[in-house]
Ligand binder design. Structure first.
Ligand code: CAA
Length: 258
């Protein structure tokens, strides 16, 4: 029996796959799902046999948002004292690269969860939106910050204040999505992208992720210095020696994650 009730996990070679699995609620993100996603993702992060993670949902819905039914009757103090959504912070602190593979609805917390991942790839059927305004709330899982950084102020305001959805194509044009893939064979393609990442040196990929993420937290001078110091430390890995030796010897590198 699986240790999870709301997600499925599997490993395909060096790729860990987490599939949101609450089909009756279009993968609405209740508290239990949040805990399970964080736990599974942290387990993949710590597993040297896994080099990248794919987070996905169903064909119809990546996730239709935070669970409205779970939140509907809560008071402000309930939300504040539980620090509702705070546990997602742990997901954003994963060091392993995470690819969001989005098919169907990615709304509210679903869109926000995709934006917590490092790369968002979308099936041509994907629809992104922050429709919280229609519920008398606004994004609470980072949407006002991450969507604004991803697509700029005007489009973020448009999405958040009107509640409209974006097609996969518009999301790619706006920079929210890195690639739009055909619906057929979508997940396999997304896993192949993650497999490419997982074929590199895991610690070096982690450093690269850390360096890119620093761009969202630091000023340019500090960020460039942070990158340079991480770059220097990459030279402490066997994988750097292997990668450069393989280039010089005109052969493929064999990274071991050391
Ligand atoms: N929470 C709880 N249940 C949800 C849900 C959600 N976010 N989204 C869908 N469901 C449930 C529906 O209530 C329905 O359950 P029942 O069969 O028990 O009635 C089931 O999933 C199927 O949904 P629909 O019948 O509505 O399916 P549809 O195909 O007609 O519509 C949809 C799909 C347009 C995505 C529609 O379900 C919808 O608008 N969902 C809500 C989207 C939303 O507002 N998301 C934001 C949530 S708040 C949030 O995320 C806060 C935050 O910032 C983190």
């Amino acid at each position: 029996m699986s240790e999870y009730e709301n997600i499925l996990t599997e490993t395909r070679e060096r790729v860990g796959i987490i599939t949101l699995n609450r089909p009756k609620a279009l993968n609405a993100l209740n508290e239990a799902t949040m805990r399970e996603v964080v736990r599974a993702a942290r387990a993949f992060d710590a597993d040297p046999g896994v080099g990248a993670v794919v987070l996905t949902g169903s064909e119809k819905a990546f996730a239709a948002g935070a669970d409205i039914k779970e939140m509907a009757d809560k008071s402000s103090m309930d939300m504040y004292l539980a620090d509702w959504f705070a546990e997602w912070e742990q997901f954003t602190r994963l060091r392993i690269p995470v690819v969001a593979a989005v098919s169907g609805h990615a709304l509210g917390g679903g869109c926000e969860l995709a934006m917590m991942c490092d790369i968002v790839v979308a099936s041509e059927t994907a629809r992104f939106g922050q429709p919280e305004i229609n519920l008398g709330i606004f994004p609470g899982m980072g949407g006002s910050q991450r969507l604004t950084r991803a697509v700029g102020k005007s489009k973020a305001m448009d999405m958040i204040l009107t509640g409209r959805t974006m097609t996969a194509e518009e999301a790619e044009r706006a920079g929210l999505v890195s690639r739009v893939l055909p619906a057929e064979g979508f997940l396999d393609e997304a896993v192949a992208i993650a497999a490419t990442i997982a074929s590199k040196s895991k610690p070096v990929a982690m450093m690269a992720k850390e360096a890119v993420n620093a761009a969202f937290e630091m000023g340019l001078g500090q960020g460039v210095l942070f990158e340079r110091r991480l770059f220097h430390s990459a030279f402490a890995t066997k994988d750097q020696k292997e990668g450069m030796a393989a280039f010089v010897a005109k052969r493929d590198p064999e990274f071991t994650g050391e």
